[in-house]
Design a protein around this ligand. Structure first.
Ligand SMILES: Nc1ncnc2c1ncn2[C@@H]1O[C@H](COP(=O)(O)OP(=O)(O)O)[C@@H](O)[C@H]1O
Ligand SMILES: [Mg+2]
Length: 239
């Protein structure tokens, strides 16, 4: 009675349709126009030379900036038309971001840094603390819970930043050059962490100019040149 193969519908966490971004009205757009769909569970690496539009793309997906043309749908929501207030809330609840220079708050402990986004979305302190504890254990930074970020190594700080990004179980984890400020060994730690998260089903967009990192972490790579998609390949590096 039951069909052995049920039709599968792909859930897209990101859908860009006809998206272009111009910073000034003259000349070619910094990005696009382009279409891009990223499925749930994909780990997408975005590579390309400096100035090719990688950060512009990430900022549009994060709702940190708006397209000049086209529509941006993330986790089922059209975000290009949301109010600033609604966007900020959407970002807090559904998007986790990791940056090259960690962007941790130096006067909060590691545990408080990780809990902060949960508290900002109204999670009770107890629950936020429990979730932070779980993540610190997972990322092996539990022993630094009460330390301040300034005391930690770059690799440890980036793991704290990843924990903070994950505290609200985001639909999407965005990382802009997350190993760019790390030594080789710490960079490999962060790479392994991203691989584990991808294996666990986390949807990830990783901007990097490090092709080895892209190859190690990503199930798919896109390459931007002058704001256009020059290459889009699905790789089998992880599975
Ligand atoms: N806020 C901005 N104002 C004006 N031009 C910008 C701005 N941000 C980026 N650009 C331009 O858009 C293009 C793409 O930039 P960006 O997305 O930062 O590239 P990448 O991250 O690949 O280095 C570049 O030509 C850059 O100078
Ligand atoms: Mg950039």
């Amino acid at each position: 009675m039951t069909s052995p193969t049920s039709p599968t519908t792909t859930t897209h966490v990101i859908e860009l349709a006809g998206v272009a971004k111009r910073y000034d009205s003259a000349g070619a757009p910094a990005l696009g126009p382009l279409d891009l769909a990223v499925a749930q569970g994909e780990a997408l690496a975005v590579t390309g030379p400096s100035g090719s539009g990688k950060s512009t793309l990430l900022n549009l997906v994060a709702g940190l900036d708006r397209p000049t043309e086209g529509t941006v749908t993330v986790d089922g929501r059209r975000i290009d038309r949301l109010s600033e207030h609604a966007l900020a809330r959407f970002r807090r609840e559904r998007i986790g971001m990791v940056f090259q220079f960690f962007n941790l708050l130096d006067d909060l402990t590691v545990a408080d840094n990780i809990q902060l986004p949960a508290q900002l979305t109204g999670t009770a302190r107890r629950q936020a603390a429990a979730r932070a504890g779980e993540l610190m254990e997972l990322l092996a930074i539990q022993k630094h819970a009460r330390a301040y970020p300034g005391r930690l190594s770059g690799g440890e700080r980036q793991r704290v930043a990843v924990a903070r990004a994950l505290v609200n179980r985001p639909a999407l984890l965005l990382a802009d050059e997350p190993t760019g400020a790390l030594d080789t060994a710490s960079g490999q730690d962060v790479r392994d962490l991203l691989v584990d998260l991808h294996r666990g089903g986390q949807t990830i967009v990783l901007v990097t100019h490090d092709l080895a990192l892209a190859e190690a972490c990503a199930s798919r790579s896109i390459h931007l040149v002058d704001g256009h998609l020059a290459l889009d390949t699905t790789v089998e590096a992880v599975r």
